[in-house]
Design a binder for this molecule. Structure first.
Ligand SMILES: Nc1nc2c(c(=O)[nH]1)N[C@H]1C(S)=C(S)[C@@H](COP(=O)(O)OP(=O)(O)OC[C@H]3O[C@@H](n4cnc5c(N)ncnc54)[C@H](O)[C@@H]3O)O[C@H]1N2
Ligand code: MOO
Ligand SMILES: [Mg+2]
Length: 423
């Protein structure tokens, strides 16, 4: 095994991986299963919205011409002929001098063309007949939500390639899409390699540690939108690892292993790629952590060799696997969003390589701050728990200071705050 590896720049490595991207096929899912999926068809209005003229208020539907000239001095009186709620229709067209008591969302009766809110009318009864009085003139179409005013039939409302969020779901339901065409989620197999690994339910033993990477990666796959399949942990034994990897390679859209990609005696992945006849796209990236991140390709299949060190494994996933998953799922913008932010504390350690510091975001008076989430070492797990951004510190000869402008890669958007503030 060659100990000398030529590092790629991070963006070169990302481009190399993306050159081997695969697109998921469209599939039909039920609306209830569609969250987070990406539309494989344009969402078109199958009918006008609203589908009929409707009332935005609880009030009285009237003929506007009957209100001409009404004022405090010239009060009009209308005979209330019936009451309709949302979902009901008036029994017939409105005649001159008549009013229909109408609730929000109900269809405007024929010949009515305006609505007076309850608050501007007075009601009274005479001989078991309900009446209202009105002291104002109303215009044609006043207080009416017109048929098709939100959209016309055939309008394209949301384009293919859009992620389904709660608002898109509401639209899909509005237009009767009980099922919808979305792109498949990739199925990703995950092996953890390492003789030192114990399963999560096993007690610690001398020299051993629990396998945290597999669970972390399965969770990262889920967050990225894919479907992860845990295929087990493998001892650092060549035949065991080779058989397991070669058997599983074609069962999944992508395969991930963790550990065994560096230059140690038990780092078997480089020899496994060789025996498989896989093309190694890169095995060294100019970044910290995750410099040993390796990606290979065999017959169109991507095989990720993520580092065993937990923080390196985490970062390697977010940079190289996340966009492949999002692309597979049909997202035309598959990479994590990058923002500019102010570094909230000093980061003194210089590094020749770009550093992806696990950090978290904070906002203060319109400024975005990022802070390192804990110990910034490749072998560390604990800082990952507080991570929602990767702070990008470009390589160089000096460290960074509090107040420096840096880039940050957003990993999730679920950070809240304790209080709801007064507007
Ligand atoms: N002579 C050199 N040594 C190392 C180099 C180098 O360039 N020259 N690179 C270092 C860097 S950088 C990293 S990162 C690690 C990468 O190691 P591997 O990817 O080969 O991973 P392992 O050797 O299998 O394990 C490393 C470390 O991670 C722990 N580990 C492994 N799997 C898991 C898991 N599933 N859950 C939790 N922890 C795991 C393992 O016990 C080791 O402590 O190599 C450096 N060495
Ligand atoms: O791959 Mo290592 O993570 O640079 O420490
Ligand atoms: Mg190793």
């Amino acid at each position: 095994m060659s100990l000398h590896r030529k590092p790629l720049l991070v963006f070169e490595a990302v481009h190399k991986v993306m050159a081997h991207r695969k697109n998921g096929r469209p599939e039909t899912v039920e609306l209830s299963e569609a969250d987070g999926r990406i539309l494989a068809e344009d969402l078109r209005a199958t009918h006008p919205v609203p589908p009929f003229d409707k009332s935005p208020y609880d009030g009285f539907a009237l003929r506007s011409e009957d209100t001409n000239g009404l004022s405090k001095e010239n009060v009009g009186t209308f005979r209330v002929i019936e009451t309709i709620g949302a979902g009901e229709q008036a029994s017939g067209p409105l005649q001159p001098g008549e009013a229909v008591r109408i609730m929000t969302g109900a269809e405007i009766p024929e010949k009515a063309d305006c609505v007076a809110m309850f608050e501007i009318t007075q009601s009274f009864e005479e001989n078991d007949q309900a009446y209202i009085t009105l002291k104002r003139t109303l215009e044609e179409d006043q207080n009416i939500i017109k048929e098709g005013s939100e959209n016309k039939e055939g309008d394209s409302l949301v384009a293919a390639g859009t992620r389904i969020n709660p608002g898109v779901k509401a639209l899909l339901a509005t237009f009767g899409y009980a099922e919808i065409q979305v792109y498949q989620r990739p199925a990703i197999g995950v092996f953890a390699t390492g003789t030192e690994l114990l399963e999560v339910d096993e007690p610690l033993e001398p020299g051993k540690i629990r396998n945290s990477n597999a669970y972390m990666i399965l969770s990262q796959i889920e967050r990225a939108g894919g479907q992860g399949f845990y295929l087990g942990k493998l001892d650092d034994d060549f035949d065991t690892c080779f058989d397991a990897v070669s058997r599983s390679l074609t069962d999944y859209d992508f395969l991930i292993t963790t550990g065994g990609v560096s230059v140690g005696d038990y780092d078997l992945m480089p020899d496994i790629y060789e025996k498989l006849g896989a093309e190694v796209l890169f095995n060294k990236v100019g970044m910290r952590p995750g410099s040993v991140t390796t990606v290979a390709e065999k017959d169109g299949q991507l095989l990720y060799g993520l580092s065993g060190n937990p923080s390196a494994c985490y970062v390697g996933f977010e940079l190289f696997v996340h966009p492949i998953i999002q692309n597979f799922m049909g997202n035309p913008e598959p990479h994590h969003r990058r923002i500019e932010a102010t570094l909230g504390e000093d980061f003194k350690k210089p590094n020749p390589f770009t550093r992806f510091v696990r950090g978290y975001l904070d906002f203060n008076k319109g400024q975005v701050f990022v802070y390192p989430a804990g110990i910034d070492k490749s072998a560390v797990v604990s800082s990952l728990a507080h991570t929602n951004v990767l702070i990008v510190l470009k390589g160089g000869t000096r460290g960074y200071q509090k107040g420096d402008q840096v880039e940050a890669i957003l990993l999730d958007g679920f950070q809240g705050q304790d209080q709801f503030e007064k507007e």
